[in-house]
Design a binder for this molecule. Sequence first.
Ligand SMILES: NC(=O)c1ccc[n+]([C@@H]2O[C@H](COP(=O)([O-])OP(=O)(O)OC[C@H]3O[C@@H](n4cnc5c(N)ncnc54)[C@H](OP(=O)(O)O)[C@@H]3O)[C@@H](O)[C@H]2O)c1
Length: 284
Amino acid sequence: MTDSLSTAHSATDRYLVFGNPISHSKSPWIHGLFAAETGEKLDYDKQCIEIGDFERQARQFFNSGGKGLNVTVPFKQEAYRFADKLTPGARRAGAVNTLALQPDGTVLGDNTDGVGLIRDLVENLGWPIQHKRVLVLGAGGAVRGVLEPLLAQGPSMLVVANRSIDRVIQLTRAVADQGPVEGCGYDGLPGRQFDLVINGTSASMSGQVPPLPDDLLAANARCYDLFYAAEPTVFMLWAEAHGAVAVADGLGMLVEQAAEAFSLWRGKRPDSLAVIDALRKATR
Ligand SMILES: NC(=O)c1ccc[n+]([C@@H]2O[C@H](COP(=O)([O-])OP(=O)(O)OC[C@H]3O[C@@H](n4cnc5c(N)ncnc54)[C@H](OP(=O)(O)O)[C@@H]3O)[C@@H](O)[C@H]2O)c1
């Protein structure tokens, strides 16, 4: 964010995360640590929004002096429609997870999920993507935001597999001009192998693993689950049992996408590694 806006911050600029459900959200805790570490003064809280009431609540928040919103399930597409302006990544994803009041009073919509995932994969974990065969499972709201940033890393091939074929075809068509990408059902996976498999389905939330062939993982394959929990997720356990050399959950992505939102709002980048470490300890 610009310096002129930084100087315009009041003593207690207000931020919220909107979602439904929202009680589980770690975002207030994460942003509280970011604020303490950077010396920024702000209030960040969570609010459960009734389905159908997003626009009214968001309008009311900004009209009453609120500076920025995070938006989670199921409102990311409504946030996309709410924004006056969009970053290129948010436009292509068709989904917004961060809204930021601009100096001219308009509201900018961004999608920080993709940047958060890439930063965790490439910088924190040191997992290469360039020239790798990458498989993404799922075609929901989270996957929408990560396909273009993944293609920007130069994989040799990006395959996206989902139960609902229509959904995955629509999603992969939207980014087909950005690199080698292909959408398919799970029946399109047998006989193929991948170096990096990213689980972007919500299956882990209910203790399920999508129907994957036993020989899906290439030698030295790495597997990442967007979901995170105190214990390794069922997908991580599946990956280890099928020969993955490294596995990780989405806790790092959660903190990195929050750090990107914080930077957009405050013009300062917090030390995300320290917060990942603190959140991991607090989650155990
Ligand atoms: N770490 C982070 O920062 C972060 C950020 C965002 C999301 N997430 C996580 O990412 C996951 C997806 O979130 P989302 O917002 O994209 O959810 P969503 O929009 O509801 O999409 C859910 C996706 O999972 C698929 N799916 C659900 N159950 C399945 C099963 N049993 N087998 C195979 N596929 C299944 C759905 O397939 P169909 O289309 O066929 O129904 C759909 O593609 C969640 O676990 C969420 O916690 C993490």
